[in-house]
Design a protein around this ligand. Structure first.
Ligand code: BTN
Length: 241
C-alpha cells in the first residue's frame, strides 16, 4: 500500500498503530497503554466530544482515532491547536476547502466535518480525532452545529491510509511543539474566524466582536464592539456573527 505523506514525516517517527473493531472511546483505550501508540476503531460505544458532549461514532461512518505521546513539559495549552494544524495539513491534500475553527473544530465548505479532543494523564497526552467520512446529510441533522461529511462534499478517502497519514502528522507536529518550534501563526493561517466578526458564547454571557488572533498561550483574542480586548478560554463556543 502506498502511503502518501511526506518522507520527512516518516523519518524517525516510530509509532505503533492498532486497528480495532469497537472500543468505548479510542481516547480512553489509550489511557491504559504505553505512549507512541495510535488506535483506530470502526466504531465507538461511548465516543466523547468536547465539553462533556458525546461524539457520533457509528460503525464504518467516520474516522475515530487517537494518538498517545509523551506529555510535553511546556506549551501544553497549544497542543490541541498544534494537532488541528497536523490534521488540516493532511486533509488539505484532499481538498483546499478544509479549515479550522478555534479551538478544535475541523470545517469543510463552512460546515463542521470533524473535531479534536485532547486529554492528558500524568505522563501522556492523548490526541483524539473524529472525522465524518461517510455519514449522509440527514444522519447529521439535529447536531448543535451545521455538520457535514467528506462523502457529502464529494471527497472519497481510504480510511486506513488517512489514519496513518494523520497519526504521523500528529507525531511530527507534537515533536515540533516539544522543541518550541510550533508557530501559532500556522494555526491562524488555517483558522477561518480570524479577522471576522464572531459571537462568543461563554457559560454565563455572550460577547460579540472581531477575532483578532490567537495569543502565545492559545487564547482567542477578541476586540469587542466597545473596543475592549478579551482573551477567550477554550471552553467557550464560537460562531461567526
Ligand atoms: C469535538 O467535540 O468536536 C471533539 C470530538 C472528538 C471525537 C474523537 S473520535 C476519536 C476520539 N475518541 C473519542 O472518544 N473522542 C475523540
Amino acid at each position: 500500500m502506498e502511503l502518501k505523506f511526506p518522507k520527512k514525516w516518516r523519518e524517525s517517527l516510530s509509532l505503533k498503530i492498532r486497528f480495532l473493531k469497537k472500543v468505548d472511546s479510542t481516547n480512553d483505550y489509550l489511557k491504559l497503554y504505553e505512549t507512541n501508540f495510535a488506535v483506530v476503531a470502526d466504531f465507538q460505544e461511548k465516543g466523547k466530544g468536547r465539553n462533556g458532549r458525546t461524539w457520533k461514532s457509528e460503525e464504518g461512518k467516520g474516522l475515530y482515532m487517537s494518538v498517545s505521546l509523551p506529555k510535553p513539559k511546556k506549551f501544553l495549552t497549544l497542543a490541541s491547536l498544534c494537532c488541528g494544524v497536523a490534521v488540516v495539513k493532511v486533509l488539505k491534500k484532499y481538498s483546499n476547502e478544509f479549515t479550522l475553527k478555534w479551538p478544535n473544530d475541523i470545517y469543510l465548505n463552512g460546515k463542521k466535518a470533524g473535531g479534536i479532543l485532547v486529554e492528558t494523564t500524568k505522563n501522556k497526552i492523548i490526541y483524539g480525532i473524529g472525522i465524518n467520512l461517510y455519514y449522509k446529510r440527514h444522519e447529521l441533522q439535529n447536531l448543535e452545529h451545521q455538520a457535514t461529511s467528506l462523502i457529502e462534499e464529494g471527497i472519497r478517502t481510504n480510511r486506513s491510509i488517512l489514519a496513518m497519514e494523520i497519526a504521523h502528522a500528529v507525531k511530527f507536529y507534537h515533536q515540533k511543539l516539544e522543541r518550541g518550534e510550533f508557530q501559532i501563526g500556522e494555526f491562524e493561517k488555517h483558522c477561518f474566524i480570524i479577522g471576522r466578526k464572531i459571537k462568543v458564547i461563554k457559560r454565563n454571557c455572550t460577547i460579540e466582536g472581531k477575532a483578532l488572533g490567537v495569543d502565545a498561550e492559545g487564547f482567542l483574542v477578541v476586540e469587542t464592539s466597545n473596543g475592549k480586548i478579551e482573551r477567550i478560554f477554550t471552553d467557550a463556543s464560537v460562531r461567526l456573527a
